[in-house]
Design a protein around this ligand. Structure first.
Ligand code: S3P
Length: 425
């Protein structure tokens, strides 16, 4: 796909539903009693993989556009699938479902696409095994395909070496089935949608600093879930409005949960003009409309507890930094190496080919901003966040940019290019 430079972006965008919340609504609805109705569900390929897996586990799920109805069968209502579960490209599906399946009274064979088969699963196999789970990595490499032999589990206290909501959630979900309390302490607080939504469904989850605990024994009950817009999808339009000349973009209905709002903090620290309007709470999640306009950005330092709050936005931030004056340092972000692609390597390679001054480090990147970028031919590496971030860069290069593998945006945002086009003046 070719992206041509533009003069101005203006308009109003409503981004699709939050990916993390959409996945969880399907999973928790499936193991709850009764019907869960989800509105503004994200119909991206990742969340459709979650629906597909739970259907194979015997759950009836109705779909009508972005409304889905899950006919939950309770904590012990899943049944043994007749075929292998395919989680596609979705790390969230793979890791969270493994926590649930570890405790069932049947065995499951689970795998995903090429990228999933390279992503580390040891980070969930280790703690789940400590709980009594029997999970075998088929290639003996701590990656999918996985054979999960359901077993009775016991509660543990786990200190996680990584701040990962997927790890935390996998353990908490297994903890719903354990014989005593299960808790997870992480180095920094990761997104807490699991804690919020499990409580909303009737579980007993408590949080204290960076520790989340779940008590077994409570039934879950089907609920109505209205999914807020995904701040990770909004981030592309926020960046676009800031770095493109003569621009003003209003992104409506964006979830700004404090464990996800790092991008807002970064924009404000970089000197970006951003206004939060109409802030409200829906289903326990904070929601706002976000208004941005063209700004003179400057470089900043990003690291520590801020990283999990913006982990998926770092490719976009690296590009914003290339358009900002001065140096931006991103550190403590080694997790980027094990996302859908190695996002440190890919950002460095792609931005360098466009004329940016960027250097990869072991845990992040250093970007010397303010050098004009030119178009080139870059690869998405089939990583949706890389494709979406570089499309924004391409609107602001001197010559047109070609993105190879641009269609992978359908993982989290099927209508992305259409929405982007609607803003071009
Ligand atoms: C997610 C957690 C994050 C994030 C991913 C979605 C979730 O991954 O990068 O896109 O829904 O729990 P990690 O938990 O691996 O950091």
């Amino acid at each position: 796909m070719f992206i041509n430079p533009v003069n101005s972006l203006k308009g109003i965008i409503t981004v699709p539903g939050d990916k993390s919340i959409s996945h969880r609504a399907v999973m928790f609805g499936s193991i709850a009693e009764g019907v869960t109705e989800v509105t503004n569900f994200l119909r991206g390929a990742d969340c459709l993989s979650t629906i597909d897996c739970f259907r194979k586990l015997g759950i009836y799920i109705e779909e009508k556009d972005s409304i889905i109805r899950i006919h939950g069968k309770g904590l012990h209502g899943l049944s043994m699938p007749h075929s292998i579960l395919d989680t596609g490209n979705s790390g969230t599906t793979t890791r969270l479902i493994t926590g649930i399946l570890s405790a069932q009274d049947f065995d499951v064979h689970l795998t995903g696409d090429e990228s999933i088969q390279k992503r580390p699963m040891g980070r969930i196999i280790d703690p789940l095994s400590q709980m009594g789970a029997d999970i075998v990595s088929e290639q003996n490499n701590q990656c999918a395909p996985l054979h999960i032999h359901g077993r009775p589990l016991h509660g543990i206290h786990y200190t996680s070496p990584v701040a990962s909501a997927q790890v935390k959630s996998s353990i908490l979900l297994a903890g719903l089935y354990a014989d005593s309390e299960t808790s997870v302490t992480e180095p920094y607080l990761s997104r807490n949608h699991t804690e919020i939504m499990l409580n909303y469904f009737g579980a007993q989850v408590t949080s204290h600093n960076t520790t989340a605990s779940v008590l077994p024994g409570n039934l879950l009950f089907g609920q109505k879930v209205d999914v807020p817009g995904d701040i990770s999808s909004a981030a592309y339009f926020l960046a676009a409005g800031l770095i493109t000349p003569n621009s003003e973009i209003l992104v409506k209905n964006v979830g700004i949960n404090p464990t996800r709002d790092g991008i807002i903090e970064v924009i404000q620290k970089m000197g970006g003009k951003l206004k939060l309007e109409n802030v409200r709470t829906e289903n326990g999640e904070l929601v706002s409309d976000l208004l941005v306009s063209t700004s003179e950005l400057h470089g900043i330092e990003i690291g520590g507890s801020l990283i999990p709050r913006l982990i998926d936005e770092i490719p976009m931030i690296a590009i914003m930094a290339a358009f900002a004056k001065g140096k931006t340092t991103i550190k403590d972000a080694q997790e980027l190496k094990v996302k859908e692609s190695n996002r440190i390597d890919v950002c460095v390679k792609n931005l360098s080919s466009m004329g940016a001054k960027i250097e990869g480090t072991d845990d992040g990147m250093i970007i010397e901003g303010g050098y004009p970028l030119h178009g080139s031919r870059i690869e998405s590496h089939l990583d949706h966040r890389i494709a979406m971030s570089f499309a924004i860069a391409g609107l602001n290069t001197q010559t047109r940019l070609e993105i190879i593998g641009a269609d992978c945006v359908s993982i989290s945002y099927p209508g992305y290019y259409r929405d982007l086009e609607s803003l071009i003046q």
